[in-house]
Ligand binder design. Structure first.
Ligand code: SAM
Length: 279
C-alpha cells in the first residue's frame, strides 16, 4: 500500500496492465511514490494550479501531483496501453484528472488549461529538449505557464543551468535563463527508474520571470546565439561574420571583444549584441 493514496502499488499496476517498458517511447518508470510526491512538491504549491503532465505512463508522478493537491491534472500519454491504469487514478480523484491519448509534439495542451498553470513531467528523453524549447519560446512573454518542473538526463539539466566559461554553456542556457529562474532541484541515479537508464537524471525547476532579464528581440537573440555557438571554438568576429558587415563594431558596442569566443560571453552582453543588430 502506498503512503499517498489507496491505489495499488505501481509494480502491481504494471503487472496487471502488462506495461512492459518500451525503449522507443523512452519508458523509464518511477515506481517509488515517495519520490514522485517529492518531485511534485518541487513544483511548488499545486493547490490552486492546473498541471500539465507529459508522459504519465503508469501514473506514479500523476498520483504524486494529485496527492499534493493539484486542482486539475491534464496528462498527455502517447502509449494507449497506459490508459486503463490512468483511468483507475481518474476514478480515485473524481473530476481532477483528464487523460489525452496523443503525441505531445502534435498538440498544444495548454489551450485546455486555466491559469495558473504548472508543467511537471518525467519527460521521455527523446522529446524532452524539443518540448522545453517550445515552452521557452512562446509567441509572447510571459508564457501561459508559471513554472516547469522537468526531469532530464543529467547532461541536459547541466546545459540548462550552465554559466559562462563552462563546457555546458550554450544556446539552451541562454534560452532558459533569459526569461526564467532555472535551477536543478534534485539529482537521481539510474537505479531510481525501472528499467534503469544508462545515464543519471536531474529535475530542473524553471520559474517564468514576468519579463526578460535584459531587453532583446527574441528572434534576433536566438539567431545570434545559434550562430555564435554553432562554431563555439571560433572567435566571434569569425563565427558571426554573416550577421552584419560591421560585426566587429557591433561586438565592441555590446562590450564584447571581437576575439572573444561564445562560451565566455554572458547573457547580458548577448542581449546587448542582439539590440545593436536590431538597430
Ligand atoms: N511519468 C512516468 C513516470 O515517471 O514513471 C513515465 C515517464 S517515462 C520516462 C516517459 C513517458 O512518456 C512514457 O510513459 C512514454 O510512453 C511517454 N511518451 C513518450 N513519447 C511521448 C510523446 N511524444 N507524447 C506523449 N507521451 C510520450
Amino acid at each position: 500500500m502506498s503512503g499517498i493514496d489507496t491505489l495499488p502499488p505501481l509494480r502491481e499496476v504494471i503487472a496487471t496492465h502488462g506495461l512492459s517498458a518500451r525503449k522507443s517511447l523512452g519508458q523509464n518508470f518511477l515506481l517509488d511514490l515517495n519520490l514522485t510526491a517529492k518531485i511534485a512538491r518541487a513544483a511548488g504549491d499545486l493547490t490552486g494550479s492546473d498541471v500539465l503532465e507529459i508522459g504519465p505512463g503508469p501514473g506514479g508522478l500523476t498520483r504524486g501531483l494529485l496527492a499534493e493537491g493539484a486542482r486539475h491534472v491534464l496528462a498527455v500519454e502517447k502509449d494507449a496501453r497506459c490508459l486503463p491504469a490512468l483511468d483507475e487514478i481518474a476514478q480515485a480523484y473524481p473530476g481532477r484528472l483528464t487523460v489525452l491519448n496523443a503525441d505531445a509534439l502534435d498538440i498544444d495542451p495548454l489551450e485546455h488549461l486555466s491559469p495558473p498553470i504548472r508543467i511537471v513531467a518525467n519527460l521521455p528523453y527523446n522529446v524532452g529538449t524539443e518540448l522545453l524549447i517550445r515552452w521557452l519560446t512562446p509567441p509572447a512573454w510571459p508564457p501561459a505557464w508559471d513554472s516547469l518542473t522537468l526531469m532530464f538526463q543529467r547532461e541536459v539539466a547541466d546545459r540548462i543551468v550552465a554559466q559562462p566559461g563552462s563546457k555546458a554553456y550554450g544556446r539552451l542556457a541562454i534560452l532558459a535563463q533569459w526569461r526564467c529562474e532555472a535551477r536543478i532541484v534534485m539529482h537521481l541515479p539510474p537505479s531510481a527508474f525501472t528499467p534503469p537508464p544508462k545515464v543519471s537524471s536531474a529535475v530542473v525547476h524553471l520559474a517564468a520571470l514576468p519579463q526578460p532579464r535584459y531587453p532583446a528581440d527574441p528572434a534576433i537573440l536566438e539567431r545570434v546565439v545559434a550562430k555564435a555557438f554553432n562554431q563555439r571554438r571560433k572567435m566571434l568576429r569569425a563565427a558571426l561574420k554573416g550577421l552584419a558587415p560591421d560585426i566587429e563594431d557591433r561586438l565592441i558596442a555590446a562590450g564584447i571583444a571581437p576575439t572573444d569566443r561564445a562560451e565566455t560571453v554572458d547573457l547580458e552582453r548577448f542581449c546587448a549584441l542582439a539590440r545593436t543588430l536590431d538597430a
